[in-house]
Design a protein around this ligand. Structure first.
Ligand SMILES: C[S@@+](CC[C@H](N)C(=O)[O-])C[C@H]1O[C@@H](n2cnc3c(N)ncnc32)[C@H](O)[C@@H]1O
Ligand SMILES: [Zn+2]
Length: 312
């Protein structure tokens, strides 16, 4: 059986990328038949079988993806992006300098990548060979594919002889059923995205890294105060308890940044967060009217955890 980074989401046999259609070799399929997955025009591959779709259009909607894309393009969250990349850089440089690995074997997954703002920057981290940009939302993955193509990092366009180019593979998948070989990845990022301890531990190598970004206590407080009568805090670190049997925490960094938001940016921020549908429409309108008169000030607060998979 040939080794492959990807596995078939239907029969778990090795799955091989190719320009037009990815095919599994069917070796684990009792009927010994291979499954084909067409490469979409934009260069992504849909590896989400219909029976894993819990709704017609799972994940973030096109509307929310495009709002996030506009908001992030205005660099409001750049300090977080820089911190995430610095953490990954530090992990990989330590690995490379101690000769634990070479670049060709470093494969990284950005799960719940959204429209790919962080993915594009992670791809520039020296020392990654393949970066899998995965999301359950098809409109999100289409945006990642377009951006990767524009940045000349789409897997289809990468010359494998060019050792300096990191290939991005945009795929539609559920975080719960990753179409990736067991123990294959050097690292995973989950930036405001689902965290599934067992599914992540399965695909990470021993000692593999998990980098998580979350909103911290006090994140966008003035926005939430304007929208809700009672402000609930983002202080749930329950996920750390769930991760603890499989992962140890190596580092925790907090970062905050002052935001001055014109009305259009504030409207995009509301559309890209769950506040959009939880807030009363009158409060939302009043907040946007305030921002139209003068930009709205708030503070974004994040926490970035670096974890390492424990030996089994
Ligand atoms: C808050 S967004 C974060 C997007 C991106 N990481 C960012 O920070 O800009 C969460 C993303 O997770 C995706 N998502 C939600 N549930 C998922 C699942 N079960 N598997 C994969 N992706 C999922 C959504 O479609 C959405 O794009
Ligand atoms: Zn198959």
């Amino acid at each position: 059986m040939l080794v492959s980074l990807f596995i078939c989401p239907i029969c778990q046999s090795p799955l091989f990328p190719a320009a037009d259609t990815w095919r599994c070799d069917g070796s684990l399929n009792p009927k010994n038949v291979s499954h084909p997955f067409d490469v979409a025009r934009q260069g992504y591959v849909n590896l989400l079988p219909v029976n894993q779709k819990k709704s017609k259009s799972p994940g973030d909607s096109s509307n929310s993806i495009l709002a996030r894309q506009r908001f992030l393009a205005n660099a409001h969250y750049q300090p977080l992006r820089d911190l995430v990349c610095a953490q990954i850089n530090a992990l990989l440089s330590a690995k490379h300098s101690t000769g634990q690995t070479d670049k060709s074997s470093v494969d990284w997954l950005d799960i719940g990548c959204g429209e790919g703002y962080y993915t594009g920057a992670i791809a520039q981290t020296k020392g990654i060979n393949s970066l899998i940009a995965a999301d359950i939302s098809k409109p999100a993955v289409i945006e990642v594919a377009k951006a990767s193509k524009a940045a000349k990092r789409l897997w289809l366009d990468i010359d494998k002889q060019d050792d300096n180019k990191e290939a991005i593979y945009p795929i539609v998948t559920s975080a719960a059923h990753l179409p990736l070989s067991a123990n294959s990845l050097t690292g995973i990022t989950s930036i405001f995205s689902p965290i599934l301890p067992t599914a992540f531990a399965d695909v990470l190598q021993e000692g593999g890294y998990l980098v998580i970004a979350k909103p911290d206590i006090g994140h966008l407080t003035s926005v939430r105060e304007a929208l809700f009568d009672e402000v609930r805090e983002h202080n749930s670190d329950k996920f750390l308890t769930e991760l603890a049997p499989l992962f140890e925490v190596l580092d925790t960094q907090r970062i905050s940044t002052e935001l001055t938001l014109p009305a259009a940016d504030l409207a995009d921020l509301l559309t890209m967060t769950p506040y959009a549908y939880r807030a009363q429409p009158e409060k939302r309108q009043a907040l946007l009217a305030k921002a139209a008169a003068a930009s709205f000030n708030t503070e974004a607060k994040f926490v970035v955890y670096v974890l390492k998979k424990r030996p089994l």
